[in-house]
Design a binder for this molecule. Sequence first.
Ligand code: PA5
Length: 470
Amino acid sequence: MSDRPLTPLRYDFSGTIIPETGLSPEDLTWIGPRLEAARAEVLADLNLFHQGGPVPQLKQPLDAGFTDLPDRLLDEYAQKGDSSELGQILATAERLRKLANRVVILGIGGSYMGARALFEACCHPYHNELPDDKRNGCPRIYFEGNNLDNAAMVGLIELLSLVGGDDWGIVVISKSGGTMETAVALRLLVDALRQACQGDAQKIRQRIVPITGQHGRLRDLANALGTPDVFNIPDGVGGRFSVLTPVGLLPAAVMGLDIIRLLEGARAMNDRFRESPPGDNPVLDYVGVCHLMEAWRGANVRVLSTWGKGLEAVGLWYDQLLSESLGKDGRGALPLTVVNTRDLHSRGQQHQQGPRDKLITNVRGQRYHPGVLTIDRWDMNQDKLNELAGTAIPEILEAATQGTNKAYHDDRRPTADIDLGELDEGALGQFFQMMMLATVVEGRLIGINPYGQPGVEAYKKNMNDILRGK
Ligand code: PA5
């Protein structure tokens, strides 16, 4: 247990209660029992998953393993300490931090988006630019293997060969172990590592940490390379539900983040999900509001309106989760992350006056900063900011948030708020778990299996066929 108490995440949907364009309290009362039934189904899915028996055809695939994973990992850590999976993740992260001044995280989709979200939300905004003694012993972090961009790869390899010496390493993440983007990047970087380590096989294998499924090409490669650590992505946890497995936990620990607190946040959300009734349950309330807005008001665009730069990758993580989970059978809402106030100047006009097909959900959290900047009084005043002398940047952001919400409300555009409080690992653990649970609850509510991604498999197969001349 960490010492600091968690601030419970708050989901406030009062801004969606608007006649004609939004919802009424009666709507939410009506959907309550349906949400409870969907929750019961999600919990029954978890039991089915743990029983390990045959899964009915309709439920396949059933990747329900993420549901109680935070609880299981924390319990095991409490019982077994260093020899538990969390203990091993922490030890490997420490080993890598000592060995490497730069770590490249290779993965695509669910295999890297959670780590990137944690990096951008919780690490210093200029982490990689900080001098070594200001990064708390954490390596610089890069993300690759998430595209097929020659220039980007050349640039990274050039950078590593110019400044990396041999003190850099790779965390390679792929559940299937066969994803082209990640496999190609690994091959190229292992070549670069071979050069950097002058072919010393022992040095090379110490600098690579694979995270993969029980079987597959990456597992085979890890065995062939003889890497001292290989982490498993458990069966029954899909890529976009894997942020709280080694997929997100090892990179986070390498970044120096508190992964225990991350899991405690997720466990706290699980407790609320299981125990609280609709109306006081962030998961069920979020699903109820989003579903009713979509089904009854045609709001099939879900704008995750993040306030502050640190939350953009968190939003992108959710975009992927929702798109791949519920975008099936010609259905599924379109998630869209915006970062304000930046995007008020690019998308704001449309959100204010365009089609009424959007539900805005604000996501707010106070990112850690060692000082608060305020506007100074100057001896010039052409910019007319002397009137605001002494006003802090967060106060200006708050005014922008309130002003935007009021403008939407005046135009009867429904908005909801997710308030994360202090933007730390505990808050993100709650958010990740809330959104993963919400996605599967919604899937069960509307009869779409949230697991699996059959559409993406088609592109992978076609690409392979083209490359291999089939
Ligand atoms: O959510 C998913 O399952 C996907 O986004 C995968 O994470 C992504 O396709 C990468 O797959 P893999 O981890 O097998 O390389």
